[in-house]
Every structure is written in structure tokens, then in C-alpha cells.
Design a protein around this ligand. Sequence first.
Ligand SMILES: [Zn+2]
Length: 497
Amino acid sequence: MRRFREITRLICTYGLMVGLSTSITSYAMEAKTTGEVFASEMSIVNNSESEGINQEDNTQQNSNPDSTNQDNTNQEDNNTENSDTENDRSKEGDTSTDNPEDSTQENDTTQEETKPTYKKINDSIYVKKACSVYEKPDTKSKKLGTAILYRKYTRVGIGEDGYNQIMFDGAVAYVKESNVTTKKPTIPTNVVDITDTKYNYDDMKKDIQLLNTYYPDYVTVQSLGKSEDNREIYCIILGNVNAKNNILIQGSMHAREYINTQLLMAQLEYYLTQYEKGSYKSVSYQKMFDEVAVHVIPMANPDGVTLCQYGTNKIADKKLIFALKTMQKSSNYSRWKANVKGVDLNKNFPFLWKKNVTEKKVGSMNYPGVKAQSESETQALVKYTKSIKGLKVALSYHSMGNIIYWDYGQKGKLREQCKELVNLVKSITGYTLVTQSSSTISYGGYSDYVVGELGVPAITIETGMVIAPVSHSQFNTIWKQNKTVIPEVILQVIKNK
Ligand SMILES: [Zn+2]
């Protein structure tokens, strides 16, 4: 019991971050890199359906036996609660209260006389604050979970008894009317601070948490696994997690190119603000994100970014710090590209990895690792990318040069698809296409992998000018150049499907 309480408490903390859809749960459950806390969340998510992709719900809707016990410890009459619950399930339509005497099976006809009537309705409501949802119109009845702020619920009944019926996890549940409002709560804007000149891992983590809170119906947050120094590799799905078409966008695989994390986070927030009412070229965002889900991995190399921004001060693992200090004498890591172990992640992917032998030693850039996928960050990305059914496009954001790499030696139809994609992105950004000759093609990169191994069109977009880390003064320009990449790519995917 105590152990489960601890885990549940951890989930409450972590759970704020992570909501998972059933479609991606199986992937995450298998992930070796996924820690215990996340594994617990996975099982929780498995048990919840439809609405159950959000934090607090997940902690509360947990129906695994141990945590049900935990829930019940908070309830009165808990000794009889479990058996009652079992009985209730077999007695369909039973709306009697949870009087412990029920367990004698004396039956409930006496109580049905007091059964309140509910006026049928079908509208959308919100709750004024996070509040409990019950199986019956009785706060002593089984708690089904927590209704959360900013999530829209369908209301199906208004009772005379001070309760409303709402749809919760696909079933009718009860919530106190005093907690209900038809007015949508005001959502704060400018969550992602685009004026921050050093947008870091903690900023991103906090913003993901906030966006997940403010837009619970439109984003799904998960961790793809841990980095070598134990940071989360976050992925946020914008839109319909069950969409048949998907695009993936990732940034900051190279440490010093972290301006792209801020770019992707700002784009994510912008499209969330547009989700309900906005449109692009006469197509509503609602329709776009319903048909095509956007998987955003804003920081593929969180340790590297942290090292680049703060030196070894924020690296936790002493062994890693020691190894770093043997890699370079200088304590200035601001031009670092690799991960914290000195492996260049964009040379660590499995496609034609053997050809990747330019650098033999660990260090700030170019070392491909002892073998393909030797790094936890690479493993997490490979595993996740492979798991997405219906992946149509992958975009990798790097810096710098205002150029786009697209030619990885692909042939035939795939080459034509890549050409169409890259020409589209070129027309939006104004960036220059780079066609590599076979002698200059680098192998072991993420885009190479997606094209070469998965047969999915992928390109690498290099933002900014002069030198990486790109000066923050270029952010607005980069933002404007890339602002409509997401809807344009979605429209192309819709057109080609
Ligand atoms: Zn790069």
C-alpha cells in the first residue's frame, strides 16, 4: 500500500505532465528507457478511455487494484466499498446509494422512491475548478475521477438534487452543479516566452505542463524515454491521437541549435490558440488537426542543450562530468553539438551507419558512437518514429544556414514525394535547397533514417544565419519564415492521402 501511495504521489507530480492515448501506450510500455513512474502511468492510461488522456484523470481513474484501494481509503464505509462495487457492476442500472447494507443483497427497491429525476440536456460545460466525479449523485459513492479545468465535458442531465450528469470516460457520471459552468475559462496566452534569450529545458518542461493544462482536449503529452543524464525526451501530440495521418517535427538534436526548441514550442502554442476557431486557406484547424496529428519533439537532446547553455553546472551525473572534462580542456561548451556523452546523435541513427567513420573520438561533434543507436536519445527516437502508424512526413529542425537538406539518395516515388515536400517548404521559408552528391552525403542522420529505412519523406531544415548558437535576435525572422510550415505540410498530406 505504502509503495503504491508513493507511486501515486509521484504520478501526481509527474502526471501533471503526462497524458497518454491508448494508441501510443503500448509503444511507451515497451520502452526500456521508460522509468517506473512512467510505466505506472502507462497502466493507468491503459485503463482509461476516450477522455482519459489527461493528467489528473489518469491518477484518479486508475482502476488497478492497489490504487483502487488507495482511493477507497479516502472514502467512508470503505470496508464494504469493494464488494459493493463488484455488486454494482453486475446490477445494471442500479442507482442505489452505497449503503453498506446493500451488500446483504436485500435490494434497492426501497431506495428507488427517492431516486431524483434528471432533465435531459445535451450541452457543453466546464468545471469551475478541478472537482470529483462520482458514480452516483452522492459524494459518498464511488469516485470515478476528477473533472479538470479547461476541459470541455458533455452534460446530459440536470438534476433537482444539485447534481449534473456528465459524460466521463464514455459513461454517465455525476458532478455537483455548484462546480459546473457553461462559460469557457479564459486561457492565458503567451505561455511560451519568445523573448527569452536562453530558452532551456526547464522552461520547455514548464510550458509543456501549462499547455497540457490549458488545452487538455487538443494536446497529449508523453515522454519517449530518458536522456543519458536522466532528462525526459518529451513529445507533444497536437490534435487527434487516432488520426490516420501523422507528421513528426523534432528539434535540438544538436545541442547548440536550441533556438529551434523555442520555435517549435511557440508554434505549438500558436496552433493551439487557433485550434477551435482559426483556419488556414479556408480549411479549419479543427479539421486539419483531426485528420493529421502533429507529433512535436521540441528537444531531442536535452542534456546537450543544458550543457551548451550552462556548462557542466546542471549535469547531474558525476561520471558524465568527469568524462566531459577529459573530452575538452575548456569549460566552455557553448558550441557543443553532441549529447552529454560526446556522441553526435545525428550520426548515430542506423541507416548506413557503418559509412559514418569521419570522427573516431568522443567530443563536441561528429563522433557517431560505438554502434548505431548506442545512445538512449537515438533509441527513443527510433522506437517512437517506428511506432507511429501512418507517418507521412518528418521534419528535422537544425541550425544554421537557411538551407534545407533533402537528398539522401532515395529513388523513384519516394524521391518525388520528398521533392514535392521540400519544394513546398522552400516556397514557404525561402531557404535554399542543398542537393548532396554521393561523396558528401552524411549517413546515420535522423532524416536519412526516416527516408532510407522507413520510406517516409523527411527533410532537414536549417534555420538562422551566421553561427550556432543562432543569436536570439534572429528569432522573429525565423518565426516568420517557418510560421506556416505546419498547416502547409498538413494540407499537402491531406491532398495526397
Ligand atoms: Zn544540426
